[in-house]
Design a protein around this ligand. Sequence first.
Ligand SMILES: [Zn+2]
Length: 490
Amino acid sequence: MHKRLIWMVLVALILYLPGSFLNISVVHGQTKEKIELDSLALFPNPDPPFQEKDHPGSVAKTPKNVVLMIGDGMGIGQLEIARLFEHGKNGRLFMETLPNVALAHTYSENNTVTDSAAAGTALATGKKTNNEMIARTPDNKPVESILKKVKKGGKKVGIITTNKVTDATPATFTASVKNRWSDQTEIAKQQLNDGLDVVLGGGKSDFEPEQQNGVNLIEKFKSNGYTFVNNRADLSKATGEKLLGLFNKDHLSFKLDREELKSEEPSLKEMTEKGLEFLSEGDSGFFLMVEGGRIDHASHAADLPSVWKETIEFDHTVEYVTNWAKERGDTLVVVLADHETMGISATEAMDIKALKQIEVSHEFMAKQLKKIERTGDYTADSIRDVFKTYANMDISDEEIVKFNEKIKNVRDKVYSHRRVGWEIGSMITEHYHGGIVSSATRSLSSTGGHTGNLVPVFAYGVGSDKFEGVLNNTDIPKTIADLMGYRMED
Ligand SMILES: [Zn+2]
């Protein structure tokens, strides 16, 4: 009788327990299912909006439109900072929900670590080149970019960036020069002759008579049929055939500073909305390059609050473009970084709460310091005030002396005019224990602290399944060209 009862209980248990439990614990032991269940418990919220089932890539093979979105300097660490600061441990960035994911190597022809010129050249032309060269081979021969091929094929083309439009990344798609620094006025001239349909970003001074031997390139654009705008309100109202928008003499302001500066600059998302409106007019299709350029600048300065804000702005733009593409079903969206900057990482000790309370960028803080002209030092009071007011840090007399010494003695190989801001950013992030390349190592770098870390690639839409595995950056334009029916030079 007693034995029968035990058997009945056992049978009842087996019948009523869920099948998954049996599979896991009785049949397979520590199985794949168990691991999946564990990971679901750890990450309960994400339900990716773009699963394979609603992925239009499976319908059409050739994308009519391609949007290539480049987060400059946006490595995995920058994504992690943005994700943690914005959404918390369990959250996700929008771009992380795209259906196809790959990694890419970024080294340049003459260096283990690329700058944005060689990286942009790889992404625009499918060719590795030396650092500082724009769409040229190492022996200085011009190479045609995918954007120019698409233009020749009769489609519309555009570039949108939060940097100067003449800066390295947009330049590699629209110009061909030996040196990214010395040839910026030449880049602007070539952009005029390209017949680009949409040009939006900063860098107005490169188009003005003072830089162009008395010639006003903006007037030339206008007489070539462009609508020209230079502020957010005019951008939103802009109509016409072709569009030139230059919203700052230099790069656009950091997102974090726009309120303080009473900025009239549009966001990357607003520029992209308008760009898509112009480019999708008519039936030709288009190629658009969109760059979140200042993620890199924030990273150079180890300015984690700005890395957060700039990356989130980029992510919102990716979301807008992806939803736009989703409604149409004829567009490929590829999202990636050109390289990583400053080995940014989200350490365990990082004080996220303190970092999130910082409300201006390193650049804004640097402008608040007061210089003693005679010695070139910054006043102790102004250094103390800036760190206390903007970063809630108490700086010792010893640290003030060290700060001034570093500014005067460390000879960074590039961007020396940005050294003050960089030093402020590094001190704040070290104080709050964020993971970064040290300022000593940065000063030895010809790229100002870029790294050779693999970068993320995300893709959505027509042909996005081609972007999988570990790629080289040169594979990106070649794959896009294949899908669109063009061929990049070998
Ligand atoms: Zn950079």
